[in-house]
Design a protein around this ligand. Sequence first.
Ligand SMILES: Cc1cc2nc3c(=O)[nH]c(=O)nc-3n(C[C@H](O)[C@H](O)[C@H](O)COP(=O)(O)OP(=O)(O)OC[C@H]3O[C@@H](n4cnc5c(N)ncnc54)[C@H](O)[C@@H]3O)c2cc1C
Ligand code: SF4
Length: 325
Amino acid sequence: MRLPKFEYIEPKSLKEAVKNLSADPSGTYLLAGGTDLLVNMKFGVITPARIIHLKSIPKLSYIIEEKEAIRIGVLTSLRDLYTSPLIQEKFSILSHAAREVGAYAHQVMGTVGGNLCQGNRCRFYNQSPFWRSVRPPCFKAGGEICHVIKKPRECHSTYCGDLAPALIAMGARVKVLGPQGERIFPLKRLYSFNGKKPLSLRKGEIIKEVIVPQSSGKGVYLKWRWRGSIEFPIVSLALYIEKEDNKISLARVVFSGVGEGPVEASGIEKMLIGKTLDDSIIDSLSREVPQTVSPMRTSIYSPAYKRKMAGILLREGLDRLKWIN
Ligand SMILES: Cc1cc2nc3c(=O)[nH]c(=O)nc-3n(C[C@H](O)[C@H](O)[C@H](O)COP(=O)(O)OP(=O)(O)OC[C@H]3O[C@@H](n4cnc5c(N)ncnc54)[C@H](O)[C@@H]3O)c2cc1C
Ligand code: SF4
């Protein structure tokens, strides 16, 4: 499959990139590692008139530790993230998650920013033009009807990124640069939960940095997928807890693969507070999970199966964290 024709821009600074993006936000796409964007372009589901290659901008790949937080440059590759001794030692949940993305080539080329901003997925959409030609285009592809819910003007394509759940569980924030200057906001607010336009970035905005607070807790990232090598999550779980006197004082439970964005299971988080992790608590909480996630039929796996796997992942995650003080 060949790429369609487009205008190619190599800005020298983020400011210049913002200026170019603001000039035509709907027809312009940012290119980082290209492992998501270029595939979608070859499939013909994205046809940008202009591409801005962010990798021409220097100094956007770094991991810097400060007293209160670490700052991760948006062009840091997933491989640089999970091989960083600092990340492995103090933020191991991030290194688990980055290591789970695709295959080695995706981890070398793929960036933190591209991973957070990758497109939502659907079995009717992420297909070759030949595959899609047997049906009229769905709503996201420019038609009227969603082939999943059979209703007009709605899209429930699924967010399947690995890094966002782990970063949200760590309480990460993002710094973006736009025509109005910089702003910082919690990463979870980056996701609009609208399958057709899954990000809440304003016109012309580009992510510059991810800020992860220093923490005293522990986390795990667990991914259930079809193939052990290259595969998006069917369901994945990021679980982060802090304990005081062996009781949970803070809990964050975030799933990928089940909703239009990374889904925070706030009901389960509340139930975890004040608990000492023992087998009976783990058992009852894992049984609650299926009620808190409601996956769409956007993959070949049924919502019932995904709900069941979400409960199993939570049980496994809590079991692993049971022994950590
Ligand atoms: C076979 C295959 C398997 C894969 N498996 C996984 C997987 O298991 N888990 C997973 O998470 N991903 C997976 N991916 C998707 C992709 O490889 C990764 O998400 C990767 O990290 C994307 O990063 P990138 O830098 O290549 O993004 P790009 O493709 O360059 O960009 C992705 C999107 O983000 C936007 N973007 C990039 N940078 C910015 C920025 N700074 N600000 C705003 N928007 C930006 C782009 O415009 C584009 O829309 C897979 C892809 C393929 C082809
Ligand atoms: S959820 Fe519906 S509108 Fe969205 S990509 Fe899938 S078929 Fe298309």
